[in-house]
Design a protein around this ligand. Structure first.
Ligand code: HEC
Ligand code: HEC
Ligand code: HEC
Length: 133
């Protein structure tokens, strides 16, 4: 009745098949948690705590933009004794000097693609423009 020769390999194939999502995840890079690069300039603090920044940097950026453009609030923020003018290129990217190694690592993971860079220059693009002017 039973054929040992097919039951054992059959079971093995079944187990491999059922556990496929587990080992597939272990080997694929799609599930790698992003590692945004810390500021290469050695700055230790952000404009707010890391937890707040992780959770609501998009809200903060909108508040800054509205403040600067609608209410003319161009005041600066002071971090660790140093002044930065409120702005995407002027504050954020002065410490986080690489959009690719910082912002993009998380955004690619989370599948968000902020349209800010349609107009604002990344440090890389700004450097190229300066050279060719
Ligand atoms: C259609 C073009 C455009 C897009 C897209 C855009 N901005 Fe701006 N943004 C501007 C212009 C123009 C200014 C005014 C610059 C000035 O007067 O200093 C500005 C100013 C700002 C400022 C205030 C100071 C400064 O110069 O950085 C912030 C903050 C800002 N934008 C954030 C953002 C963010 C965040 C996004 C994406 C969610 C974004 N912007 C998308 C055009 C744009
Ligand atoms: C004075 C330098 C400086 C400025 C300006 C700055 N940052 Fe930061 N940022 C840091 C440092 C340093 C950390 C890491 C802090 C830590 O690990 O405690 C950080 C952390 C973050 C984090 C969390 C990263 C993580 O790995 O969880 C986000 C998001 C962030 N910043 C976004 C921004 C944005 C957006 C702006 C502009 C509105 C900005 N930062 C302006 C220095 C800065
Ligand atoms: C620690 C991870 C992390 C880092 C670093 C990070 N972001 Fe984000 N960002 C996110 C996540 C996650 C979202 C989506 C949040 C949501 O949809 O609620 C987001 C959303 C945004 C949005 C809103 C986009 C939209 O379509 O709603 C803007 C603007 C933005 N990020 C700007 C930046 C800028 C500029 C930097 C680099 C200076 C940066 N972020 C760095 C994780 C990060």
């Amino acid at each position: 009745m039973y054929n040992k020769g097919t039951i054992i390999p059959g079971l093995a194939i079944f187990v491999l098949f059922v556990t496929f999502p587990l080992w597939f995840n272990a080997f694929s890079t799609a599930s790698t948690v992003p590692k945004p690069e810390l500021p290469p300039g050695g700055e230790k603090e952000c404009v707010a705590s890391s937890a707040e920044m992780r959770a609501s940097h998009m809200v903060l950026l909108n508040e800054w933009r509205d403040g600067v453009l609608r209410d003319g609030k161009r005041e600066s923020v002071t971090v660790d004794g140093k002044k930065y003018r409120k702005g995407l290129q002027m504050a954020c990217m002065q410490c986080h000097t690489s959009k690719e190694k910082f912002c993009d690592t998380c955004h690619e993971y989370a599948s968000v693609d902020p349209y800010c860079w349609d107009c604002h220059l990344t440090p890389e693009v700004a450097a190229i423009k300066k050279e060719t002017l």
